[in-house]
Design a protein around this ligand. Structure first.
Ligand code: ADP
Ligand code: AMP
Length: 211
């Protein structure tokens, strides 16, 4: 079973992905994490992506789709969660081409719905491990020891693009480019709208009901 998670920044995609990895053993493909890892390793892909990410703009589709194809091949048939990809209708169309090519399908396209007024608070309070695998919130999901990951003991960081002015631009990019995916997946028949409010474990239950 392959799924994708989409929704506005701060909807809880990373948080739910971590729970799906832990409890269902799925492989997590987050384009945001892949770009941040490329930036850290100073690859040419990372240098290109950084120009857009620092401002809260979307990285061009051609760059993003190529990276996802490599990752799909690397996962070699494991059940996957696509997190934060696709983010535009052309990316969703390109994904369909890739799925055909590798004889795969997306069983559920989960749209995490969270009211706008909650998103800014979720994003400004977000703290995570450098690889993005463990996500916390200063108020809603604090670690047991401030600034330290409960699971790995690593220090927690704040993402550079989790600043109010950059967040505002990311929300704008979402409205313009990503929200239309709701209609795309509705037409395809695999859209599942999930209420993304309440405790993370409650949101998780709503997702698991479909799996
Ligand atoms: P996304 O990957 O969609 O951008 P995250 O999973 O990183 O979102 O969540 C954004 C922030 O909101 C994080 O600080 C996370 O701890 C917090 N968060 C996630 N889910 C919930 C929830 N159900 N209730 C409250 N806060 C949440
Ligand atoms: P995320 O970690 O999902 O919040 O993504 C962080 C940033 O990475 C976004 O603001 C974009 O600049 C970039 N990004 C991640 N996924 C994509 C994508 N599918 N298409 C374009 N840009 C992306």
């Amino acid at each position: 079973m392959n799924i994708l998670l989409f929704g506005p920044p701060g909807a809880g995609k990373g948080t739910q992905s971590a729970m799906l990895v832990e409890k269902k053993g799925m492989a997590h493909i987050s384009t945001g994490d892949l770009f941040r890892s490329a930036i850290k390793n100073e690859t040419s892909l990372g240098l290109e992506a950084k120009k857009y990410m620092d401002k809260g703009d979307l990285v061009p589709d051609s760059v993003t789709v190529g990276m996802v194809e490599e990752e799909l091949v690397r996962q070699n048939g494991k059940d996957i969660i696509l997190d934060g990809f696709p983010r535009t209708v052309p990316q969703a169309e390109a994904l369909n081409v890739l799925l055909d090519k590798y004889e795969m399908k997306i069983d559920n396209a989960f749209f995490l719905e969270v009211p706008n007024e909650l998103l800014m608070k979720r994003l400004t309070g977000r703290r995570m491990t450098a690889d993005g695998k463990h996500v916390y919130h200063l108020e809603f999901n604090p670690p047991k020891t401030p600034g330290v990951c409960d699971i790995t003991g690593e220090p927690l960081i704040q993402r550079k693009d989790d600043q109010e002015d950059v967040i505002a631009n990311r929300l704008k990019a979402y409205e313009e480019s990503t929200r239309p995916l709701k209609d795309f997946y509705k037409e395809q028949g695999n859209l599942r709208v999930i209420d993304g409010t309440g405790e993370p474990k409650d949101v998780f239950e709503r997702i698991v009901d479909y799996l």
